[in-house]
Design a protein around this ligand. Structure first.
Ligand code: PLP
Length: 406
């Protein structure tokens, strides 16, 4: 019989969202009259903007005619989209990133999971705790997790983000080869300032580390001193890969489109100590294992950069951020300790004294009919917190806040 990748057996069952769903289902069956408000999901709820929809209709029509039909596209993405990204997301912010450093994909998750294809197997990895679970699980699958030791894998370096450090990842005592940073952060909703990010870039340069920078929530940034891109920081092009997504920016969670920036300045060492361009290797990897994001998705993403598209997605983001503002204000007034929600659609709520994340989850569900996500599901440091999202409607968000106030 075929042998399997044993590393998969080291992964914990993906218990968090299935357990949330099980408890909600059970509650709803026992209390069918309660209108449950879901504030646990990390998915958007508002439809795609009109500009993207029109562009998709047009792209479908293109596919119907021989003259405009598009079959396989470039593995790196169409230049009509790469050029727009380079221009709007980088040049207009004073960042010198060229189209050839941008790789279009089907969302950030795949690229975050796949990037290690081009790195040595035995690189040590650091993640924050709490963390977006994809970073940990892909490394466990790749054999870098070591043994499981309670909540942690002993091959991975965990950097706590908690009240003591102001929910900002501090430089680790043990040097990692690769570190995942997510800002604005899922799940804590906090974002790293220019100074904080500068510390990491300087550290990475001095120590020869690679930063995998996930800025899937970049478009939610409102604070002046929070960089939208890690390349706003001097020297970052030599140490960082940036992962971006149209999922939360423009409602593409179902359509699927994102991109990864691998600067030409970024180099790694081969086993003989020679410098090799990571851009070259990633390009090779994509050409071999990926056939490009769909033409229709890429046309939709392109439309997000038109004047109409830009104003339409801004309106939707502001809609969610109005929910976040409402939640922050109301929960603070109710007496909760509230983190995040200023530069991100996530609120990280401290549980009332003595309650674990799951106890608070059950309390909110049973007393108020509100569903959150237990913070302990994102890591040991998440114990004693609950994540709420701002992706619901104004009406449901307001109703939830009223329920929690009473
Ligand atoms: N990175 C973070 C931090 C996320 O929260 C998510 C999705 O929830 C992703 C990446 C994945 O996004 P995508 O839909 O582009 O795969």
């Amino acid at each position: 019989m075929i042998r399997i990748n044993d590393n998969f057996l080291l992964l914990p069952e993906s218990y968090l969202f299935s357990e949330v769903a099980r408890r909600v289902k059970e509650f709803q069956e026992e209390n069918p009259e309660v209108k449950v408000i879901r504030m646990g999901i990390g998915d958007v709820t508002r439809p795609l903007c009109k500009a993207a929809i029109e562009a998709m209709h047009k792209a479908v029509d293109d596919e119907a005619e021989t003259a405009t039909f598009h079959g396989y596209g470039p593995e790196q993405g169409y230049s009509f989209l790469r050029d727009k990204i380079a221009d709007f997301d980088y040049h207009k912010r004073g960042i010198d990133i060229s189209s050839d450093e941008i790789f279009i994909g089907d969302g950030a998750k795949s690229d975050l999971g796949n990037f290690f294809d081009i790195l040595a197997q035995d690189n040590t990895v650091a993640v924050t705790d709490p963390v977006y679970p994809v970073y940990v699980d892909t490394n466990v699958m790749g054999g870098r997790g070591g043994k499981r030791d309670g909540e942690h894998h002993d091959g991975i370096i965990y950097i706590p983000i908690n009240k003591t450090n102001g929910y900002v990842p501090q430089l680790p005592k043990q040097r990692p080869d690769v570190v995942y940073l997510c800002s604005p952060n899922n799940p804590t909703g906090t974002a790293m300032t220019r100074n904080e990010l500068q510390k990491w870039v300087t550290y990475a340069k001095e120590e020869g580390c690679l930063i995998l920078f996930d800025s899937a929530y970049e478009s939610f940034i409102h604070s002046e001193n929070v960089p939208h891109s890690i390349y706003e920081i001097e020297g970052a092009k030599e140490v960082a890969v940036e992962f971006r997504s149209f999922s939360k920016t423009a409602g593409f969670t179902g359509v699927r489109c994102g991109y990864t920036v691998v600067p030409f300045a970024l180099k790694g060492l081969d086993s003989e100590g020679n410098e090799v361009s990571l851009n070259r290797l990633w390009n090779r990897r994509q050409c071999t294992k990926f056939n490009g994001a769909s033409y229709i998705s890429q046309r939709a993403a392109e439309a997000v950069y038109t004047p109409e598209g830009r104003s339409q997605i801004k309106e939707t983001i502001e809609y969610y951020m109005e929910n976040a503002r409402m939640m922050r204000e109301s929960l603070t007034e109710t007496g909760f300790e509230v983190i995040g929600g200023v530069d991100s659609p996530y609120i990280w709520l401290k549980t009332p004294i003595g309650m674990t994340s799951w106890e608070f989850f059950d309390y909110l569900l049973k007393t108020h009919g509100i569903v959150g996500t237990p913070g302990s599901g994102f890591g040991a440091e998440g114990e004693g917190y609950l994540r709420l999202t701002a992706f619901n409607t104004h009406e449901a968000t307001k109703e939830a806040m009223l329920r929690m106030h009473n």
